[in-house]
Design a binder for this molecule. Sequence first.
Ligand SMILES: *[C@@H]1O[C@H](CO)[C@@H](O)[C@H](O)[C@H]1NC(C)=O
Ligand SMILES: *[C@@H]1O[C@H](CO)[C@@H](O)[C@H](O)[C@H]1NC(C)=O
Ligand SMILES: *[C@@H]1O[C@H](CO)[C@@H](O)[C@H](O)[C@H]1NC(C)=O
Ligand SMILES: *[C@@H]1O[C@H](CO)[C@@H](O)[C@H](O)[C@H]1NC(C)=O
Ligand SMILES: *[C@@H]1O[C@H](CO)[C@@H](O)[C@H](O)[C@H]1NC(C)=O
Ligand SMILES: *[C@@H]1O[C@H](CO)[C@@H](O)[C@H](O)[C@H]1NC(C)=O
Ligand SMILES: *[C@@H]1O[C@H](CO)[C@@H](O)[C@H](O)[C@H]1NC(C)=O
Ligand SMILES: *[C@@H]1O[C@H](CO)[C@@H](O)[C@H](O)[C@H]1NC(C)=O
Ligand SMILES: *[C@@H]1O[C@H](CO)[C@@H](O)[C@H](O)[C@H]1NC(C)=O
Ligand SMILES: *[C@@H]1O[C@H](CO)[C@@H](O)[C@H](O)[C@H]1NC(C)=O
Ligand SMILES: *[C@@H]1O[C@H](CO)[C@@H](O)[C@H](O)[C@H]1NC(C)=O
Ligand SMILES: *[C@@H]1O[C@H](CO)[C@@H](O)[C@H](O)[C@H]1NC(C)=O
Length: 740
Amino acid sequence: MRAGCSRTLGLLLMLMLTALPPGAGQPVSDVCATCHVHATCHQIEGKSACICNYGFVGNGRTHCQDKDECQIGARKICGNHTLCHNTHGSFYCVCLDGFRASNNDQKFIPNDGTNCTDIDECEEPGLCGYNARCINTEGSYECYCNDGYKLENGERSFHPNRSSDSCKEIRCGSPPEMKHGYIVGNYSLVPGSTVHYECEEGFYSDEGKSSYCNENEVWEPATLSCKGVDCGVPPSVLNAHQAFVSGSTYGSEVTYSCVHGYFIASGNHTAVCNARGQWDGADLVCKEIDCGKPLLIPHTEVIWDNSTTLLSRVFYKCKEGYYFSGGRNFSQCTLDQKWENITYICKEEELFSNLTVFNETCVKWQMRTGRLGVQKTYMFHILGQRWDEKTFSEDVILNITTSEDNPKVCLDLNSGSNYVVNITAISSMNVPVSVSVAVQTKVKEAFNNVLIFNDTCLKWQRNVRGADTEDRYLFHVQGQRWYQKEFLHEMTFSLTTRKQAPEVCFDLQPGTNYSVNISMVALNFSLLVSMATQITEPPFPDIEFVAAKGSAPLLRLRKAEDRNGPISLYQVIVLPLGLQSTFVCDSFAAATFFSNATDIKGYVAAEFRAKDVADNMSVALGDRHYYGKFYNAPLKLGKEYCVFLRIISEWNKVRTQSCAVWAQIKNSSPTLQYMTAVVLGSVAAVCLILFLSFSAARSYLHRTVHSQPAALACEGVRLSATMDTARASSLVQTENVSML
Ligand SMILES: *[C@@H]1O[C@H](CO)[C@@H](O)[C@H](O)[C@H]1NC(C)=O
Ligand SMILES: *[C@@H]1O[C@H](CO)[C@@H](O)[C@H](O)[C@H]1NC(C)=O
Ligand SMILES: *[C@@H]1O[C@H](CO)[C@@H](O)[C@H](O)[C@H]1NC(C)=O
Ligand SMILES: *[C@@H]1O[C@H](CO)[C@@H](O)[C@H](O)[C@H]1NC(C)=O
Ligand SMILES: *[C@@H]1O[C@H](CO)[C@@H](O)[C@H](O)[C@H]1NC(C)=O
Ligand SMILES: *[C@@H]1O[C@H](CO)[C@@H](O)[C@H](O)[C@H]1NC(C)=O
Ligand SMILES: *[C@@H]1O[C@H](CO)[C@@H](O)[C@H](O)[C@H]1NC(C)=O
Ligand SMILES: *[C@@H]1O[C@H](CO)[C@@H](O)[C@H](O)[C@H]1NC(C)=O
Ligand SMILES: *[C@@H]1O[C@H](CO)[C@@H](O)[C@H](O)[C@H]1NC(C)=O
Ligand SMILES: *[C@@H]1O[C@H](CO)[C@@H](O)[C@H](O)[C@H]1NC(C)=O
Ligand SMILES: *[C@@H]1O[C@H](CO)[C@@H](O)[C@H](O)[C@H]1NC(C)=O
Ligand SMILES: *[C@@H]1O[C@H](CO)[C@@H](O)[C@H](O)[C@H]1NC(C)=O
């Protein structure tokens, strides 16, 4: 700060020379006229004399030179603290700076007593103040900074009007910070002042001085500091351990947990290091777990060592007479001071539960005693009775000892019998316990491997144990034909046999479906066997032999009986008479009239379906009509023919036929156009008639065996030929086997 002392006091004093008034104009003598310009003619004693003017020295005439008053004892002239200025012929005084003329003029002549006195600058208004004090000195003054202020340039004093120095307050800067501490209270920055610190929470100050501001405007560092509190090792808690300790400084935590087997009875499980360095809240109380008395479970006994602490176990066991049927046999004491709630089921003991018969002759059951490995003897009383008997024929007692819980016993029992098996065991209470079970052995072996052979025969295996046993079988045979609704062939008979593989052949009719019901009455068991017999050749055509003439002889056709199978077709076959011996009944070479083989093998002139044939139907040979696909061509005059009737039976893929010579045609004269029918009852016919029977069965399943051609003559000899045929194997079906 600039002090007011800077104000300039000094005034530039301008010296003004005042010329003394010259003496010109005045009447002077000659002498006077010679006076120096700086001399004045004075009348001294009437004489004129030139006297140098004041301030000049000389003779007054030739020279008057300026007298330098300042040089001659000038100091004395102007006095102390002055400057002397000589002027032409005079001089003047000026006070030195810091002094003032007592007459308050700038210039003075000392002879009036004016002197230069010291100016008291400190009295000047505005000099004082500005944090400084003014000390006047002779001719000058000094400004000194007040206490607590100083000059920046290090000087002791200053002159405000001469420099821009000013007094600045002496003070320290911001006080230093304290780590983990802070300043409390007011403080000043002037030297000597002190700051006071306090430590943050969790810190404390140690011994030492606080920081203070020294004269050098510097804060003396504090010798005290803030130190963190340390709670030290956390206190131990009975029956607890420190699960976690985050430290020992302020705010640190320690977590306690009860040791195994103990539980938190009260208190906190954490303690905290407080600002005072103490652990707060270490008040945990751990008590030992005590589950108390075990739970009661019905029908059990408790096996327990009386301990009630954590993980103690109580075992359960079923009481005598009860068996374990599921669950866990122990309970543990848990952390929440309770025995585990377990399931342990004891059921009343059973010797025979779930008794079942399996695989015909086996029995199994469950023995529920709950005692492992205990051997148990079961007495089996087996009473056996065959189906057809009224009394027990078997009576066996046997003992079976086993430690199995689920025994299985297979008994060696005869088939086709009823058994009562009475099983007795002794219970744990020493009471015999019996169960009975009915065992029925199956009888299917009685009809094992049923086989149909030779079309009409059956055989089977009798697998009944014991070769001695005799079985009686009842047969009921029923035959039916689709083509003869009224047909019914029924028979019933019985068979008693001891054979292991009995056989029976039935007297069955051909072309019939049979069902054979075989039953063992005693066993209430029956078997149904289906059989189908093959057709055999149809009966010989019932014809009247005709010897006729003409191209269109009339023949009579009689219906044949469906005796050996259904009749399908009737065929009229015309053959050149000479070829009749080559005719084969089951040959189907004979084709239509128009075929190229007509001349060799003859031809079929007409074919009638059996259902279209009326009994005693007349057939006109050579009527030029078509019958079926065959052309009934007119006979050629002059040619001789032999006419056959063929009856064909077809069923179930088998075809059989029978043939007979029906007529002989002789047309010796082409003009004779008549026909004579001759009924032949004897061999005395023109034409020896052979009644021939051709029978052939053709199998489409097996090889075909042709009948040997019979020697034929269209003459009156009756022959019967037996044809050996191969049979198609029977279609056998076993169905509807009913069992008990
Ligand atoms: C001038 O100063 C001198 C010494 O400083 C002193 O002795 C003397 O008395 C002074 N004269 C006057 C007239 O004050
Ligand atoms: C100076 O002058 C003043 C007044 O004329 C007088 O009072 C004073 O005594 C003088 N001082 C000296 C030292 O002569
Ligand atoms: C359990 O305690 C009962 C009664 O105090 C005692 O009779 C029994 O012997 C104890 N059992 C065991 C295994 O210590
Ligand atoms: C409990 O059951 C286990 C098998 O599950 C068995 O080994 C143990 O002997 C039983 N304990 C008692 C006391 O019955
Ligand atoms: C045990 O469990 C059963 C079924 O879960 C429940 O009915 C019974 O109340 C429980 N007993 C106890 C003591 O918790
Ligand atoms: C009886 O036995 C059967 C098969 O062995 C079993 O599935 C069933 O659970 C048993 N019944 C009882 C009551 O034990
Ligand atoms: C039934 O008995 C037969 C022969 O005795 C045997 O092969 C079969 O394994 C048995 N079946 C069962 C389920 O035991
Ligand atoms: C079977 O055991 C019972 C009692 O254990 C005994 O009386 C009986 O004689 C035994 N029977 C046979 C055949 O061993
Ligand atoms: C089974 O045998 C026991 C002992 O022999 C007898 O007391 C019981 O009456 C018998 N039960 C039957 C159904 O035969
Ligand atoms: C069929 O019966 C005939 C005689 O009736 C006999 O010779 C033949 O062996 C039988 N066939 C079979 C397979 O038994
Ligand atoms: C025999 O039974 C079969 C099948 O049921 C049937 O197709 C067939 O026409 C029957 N035969 C006779 C002669 O009844
Ligand atoms: C009839 O014709 C067939 C072919 O159509 C031929 O194979 C056969 O040999 C002929 N028969 C005669 C006797 O000409």
